[in-house]
Design a protein around this ligand. Structure first.
Ligand SMILES: *[C@@H]1O[C@H](CO)[C@@H](O)[C@H](O)[C@H]1NC(C)=O
Ligand SMILES: *[C@@H]1O[C@H](CO)[C@@H](O)[C@H](O)[C@H]1NC(C)=O
Length: 264
């Protein structure tokens, strides 16, 4: 009966083929993941370098093992709450960084350090940012999407915006949710377009008042000290005079003291 042998032969060939392709596949996957972050998917970018996709992976922090030739990095729809200092240091080709739809409430100083030369687009939209830390952006000149954040417009934010080098049109995305002072009339408006709003005026006013109060306080202290000093000295002079008068009086001495007392 030649059939079982034949079948066995065919069977083992198929098995071997399957095994071989499995080995090849593992090898290929290993090759791909070897220069990609463990938690992300990498593909060649048309401009050279890699497009690294880490979207929607519930990541609580920026992966530390990003390949140094990452050109596009997608970290949107994760659970990032902060961007630590030097989070992207060494990614010298990075031109697009998508951090949208996270829980970002703050960006630490130097968060984007090392990206000033390469970064063209930074997406920070749909996060929880209330304030801008100019130290986080350190010379970044890229375009940025800053919309859909609960911006708190106050003197600090106004000052920060003048210190940023981001593409100016990007700042139109800073729409005020709350403001200080509340009655500034900027809520719901892009901060840059809230014509004439100067949120540092109120702060200047309160500093002026504080300065005035302090100055008045000092003045009052100096005056009361002067009054005290004069009174005290008057009393001293009178006591001295009484002492002189009470001395056993000779003729000249008492004359002398009476002239003194008229002088005083
Ligand atoms: C990435 O790192 C490797 C080895 O450390 C280096 O040879 C290569 O030039 C680096 N690439 C970039 C784009 O920095
Ligand atoms: C900015 O982000 C918002 C929300 O994530 C999106 O709807 C909008 O199209 C983006 N704008 C630009 C200019 O990319």
């Amino acid at each position: 009966m030649p059939l079982p042998g034949n079948w066995l032969l065919h069977h083992s060939a198929a098995t071997r083929l399957l095994l071989l392709s499995l080995v090849l596949m593992t090898f290929c996957i290993h090759r791909v993941t070897a220069n990609c972050s463990r938690s992300c998917y990498c593909s060649e970018s048309p401009e050279g370098g890699l497009a690294v996709r880490c979207s929607g992976l519930h990541l609580p922090e920026v992966p530390r093992d990003l390949p140094n030739d990452t050109r596009h990095l997608y970290l949107d729809y994760n659970r990032l709450t902060t961007i630590p200092t030097d989070a992207f240091l060494g990614l010298s080709l990075l031109s697009e960084l998508d951090l949208s739809h996270n829980d970002l409430a703050q960006l630490e100083p130097g968060a984007f350090r090392g990206l000033a030369e390469s970064l063209e687009f930074l997406d920070l939209s749909s996060n929880r940012l209330m304030a801008l830390n100019p130290l986080a952006f350190e010379g970044l000149r890229s375009r940025a999407n800053l919309t859909h954040n609960p911006w708190h417009c106050d003197c600090n934010l106004q000052t920060a915006m003048t210190l940023l080098d981001l593409e100016p049109a990007s700042l139109a995305g800073v729409v005020c949710r709350t403001s200080e002072p509340e009655e500034a009339g900027v809520q719901g408006l892009p901060f840059l377009l809230a014509a004439g709003a100067d949120l540092c005026v109120a702060v200047k006013k309160t500093t002026d008042v504080a300065m005035l109060v302090t100055m008045f306080g000092w003045f009052a202290m100096v005056i009361s000290y002067l009054v005290y000093y004069v009174r005290h000295n008057q009393e001293d002079a009178r006591r001295h005079m009484e002492y002189l008068k009470s001395l056993p009086s000779r003729q000249g001495r008492s004359e002398h003291s009476s002239t003194l007392s008229t002088v005083v």
